[in-house]
Design a protein around this ligand. Structure first.
Ligand SMILES: [Fe+2]
Ligand SMILES: [Fe+2]
Length: 280
């Protein structure tokens, strides 16, 4: 397939103020396995998304194309809002006595190491890899009623809104990486390493949250959870082909054209009501 760049669906920075006050302990299908898997992911977002912002911002002054400059600003605005809302969400866990602090500390240290030791283009390659993960996970969320219908309403809105915006800006870091001369070899090498660390860390976080909750040895829960993720069809199993697309030399995030899907969800969630007015 040739590298066809579908024009982006357009990005909007939105201010959200979700209320997580009444979120139950197991807000995902009343299931500790699923809830803690998503808790583990959410705990990485505030610091992780700040790293995404910094990695793209580092190249902002070298971008001359006004359209790309605007995309970068919108990307930064959206990710900053995700950090804010996921921090609020992570506080729900504290009220239930669930400790996400060890994950936040781990990610903070890891990000400090990356920022202190890797060249900016490699930091951007990590962002591109993780943005591919979030884009395909987001598409999966938006097309899986068997997932989102099981979530408590406040959590559902948070994850759906985040999924929409991850899809809106899925090509920004990638386009900057290419524009700045990032190579194919670096892109796929970094993806392979990032995949290893991302999965290993998420599994460790997940298991530790389940252990702290006294659920680590609930074999029935594990069987159900693993079947949901890796059985047939299996949420993660379905993602494998989309994940592998990243290794194609001519890959571009908009080869997965999700514009119609985004329009549907923007209407359904009335997202345009939350658009932030541009100051400049
Ligand atoms: Fe995000
Ligand atoms: Fe993102």
């Amino acid at each position: 397939m040739s590298k066809v760049k579908v024009p982006a669906a357009g990005m909007t920075v939105r201010r959200m103020d979700f209320e997580f006050e009444n979120l139950p302990r197991y807000w995902a299908d009343n299931d500790p396995f699923l809830t803690h898997m998503l808790n583990a992911l959410s705990a990485t977002f505030p610091e992780g998304e700040r790293m995404f912002i910094e990695s793209v911002r580092a190249f902002r002054d070298r971008i001359s194309d006004p359209e790309m400059k605007k995309s970068v600003s919108d990307f930064i605005g959206q990710e900053a809002m995700h950090s804010k809302e996921h921090s609020a969400y992570n506080n729900y866990a504290k009220r239930h006595g669930i400790d996400l602090g060890f994950i936040e500390n781990f990610v903070t240290q890891r990000v400090a190491f990356i920022q202190g030791n890797l060249p900016p283009i490699r930091q951007l390659a990590i962002t591109c890899a993780l943005e591919h993960f979030t884009a395909i996970l987001a598409e999966q969320i938006l097309t899986s009623p068997d997932f989102y219908e099981k979530l408590d309403p406040a959590a559902r809105e948070l994850w759906l809104w985040h999924a929409v915006e991850e899809n809106e800006h899925k090509a920004v870091a990638y386009d900057v990486f290419e524009q700045m001369g990032g190579s194919y070899v670096m892109r796929v090498r970094v993806m392979a390493l990032t995949t290893y660390f991302f999965i290993a860390h998420q599994m460790w976080f997940h298991a530790r949250l389940l252990k702290a909750d006294g659920k680590l040895w609930d074999l029935k829960m594990w069987a159900k959870g693993l079947n949901t993720l890796w059985g047939r069809p299996g949420w993660f199993r379905k993602l494998v082909p989309a994940y592998l697309d990243y290794y194609r030399r001519d890959f571009h995030p908009w080869q997965h054209d999700t514009r119609a899907l985004l329009e549907k969800w923007k209407r359904e969630l009335a997202l345009d009501e939350h658009a932030v007015k541009k100051v400049a």
